[in-house]
Design a binder for this molecule. Structure first.
Ligand SMILES: [Zn+2]
Length: 206
């Protein structure tokens, strides 16, 4: 996997320096990089001058050539989908393509796909849980699948990103919504943002 050298600026001491980053990451070829993403270390740098640690966000394609998923991390793009054209997507034929803007949603996608869960059904679960909540101005992220308990756990964050609570949904609800999710087809060869807004749009139009 090719690394790319870029010039970055330390936000603490303004020292300009070089760092290496991965524009394309194949988790099947290099499984150790998965931990780097999950811990955030792959998207952070330590200043060579003041030793301060800071996040280095950049566009990246994170794929898994064995599980056939590809996530496009596009930090500055807020649209619902992104069509990268035939040329660059030729090698990703048959892959599930997703679009994310933040490291947290990228981690969530990796956890979901590696747990064998369907992210469309998960977003429908979130929508269902959100409808039961008083405060709807929150973000929800999948946390873990407690297989023996038959439950899916979600973390709820306020708009400042502070963890508020953990909530759960039964596997039975997921299974029900999984069947529903299969009826919402996705456009092929397009990186699609599957989030709770996507789920809301599908339900509203169904
Ligand atoms: Zn510094």
């Amino acid at each position: 996997m090719k690394q790319q050298s870029v010039t970055i600026l330390c936000p603490f001491c303004n020292k300009e320096q070089e760092t290496n980053l991965y524009p394309i990451i194949d988790l099947a070829a290099k499984p150790t990089l998965k931990l780097g993403i999950l811990t955030g270390s792959l998207f952070s740098a330590t200043c060579e001058s003041c030793q301060g640690q800071f996040e280095v966000m950049h566009e990246a394609l994170i794929l898994n050539g064995e599980a056939f998923y590809a996530f496009l991390l596009a930090p500055d793009y807020q649209g619902a989908e992104l069509d990268r054209g035939e040329a660059s997507l030729g090698e990703l034929s048959g892959y599930q393509l997703r679009l994310v803007s933040t490291l947290d949603t990228l981690k969530e996608k990796i956890l979901l796909f590696d747990s064998g869960l369907d992210d469309r059904a998960i977003e429908l679960c979130k929508l269902y849980l959100l409808m039961q909540m008083q405060d709807k101005d929150v973000d929800m992220l999948f946390a873990e699948h407690q297989v023996s308990q038959g439950k899916l756990m979600f973390s709820v964050f306020d708009q400042q990103g502070v963890l508020q609570e953990s909530i759960e949904c039964e596997d039975a609800l997921y299974s029900q919504l999984y069947a529903k999710a299969q009826s919402f087809s996705l456009e092929e060869q397009v990186f699609t943002r599957i989030d709770v807004n996507w789920a809301y749009g599908k339900i509203a139009n169904a």
